[in-house]
Unconditional design. Sequence first.
Length: 109
Amino acid sequence: MIELVSEERCIRCDICERVCPAFVFDRDETGLPVIARQDACQTCFLCEIYCPTDALYVAEHAHGPVAVDAAAIEAAGLFGSYARALGWRRGRADGTRDDPTHRLRSAQG
Ligand code: SF4
Ligand code: SF4
């Protein structure tokens, strides 16, 4: 479940609000996303994956609001960690380069 938007990391691009299929976010007067309908969150991670600055934290096992500390999340490297685990590039090393699946397909072809 979505738990946190980092005010420091967020560049107010509005992408999370647009990709969220459950319309969880509103925006405050500065453009910062506000978690307005947390109970509607589907824990789909789309907001985290699309966020260009890793400003969102989605807790995969939470079914409601949990106590989160932005500094602790930052220190633990958890902002954007799901997207990184998927190999989402966004300026990072290619996550599919070492995926052997394409080699299996090449061997079959
Ligand atoms: S995890 Fe999915 S449903 Fe939840 S806020 Fe992000 S985009 Fe919306
Ligand atoms: S996608 Fe990330 S940077 Fe853009 S508004 Fe949402 S939290 Fe902020």
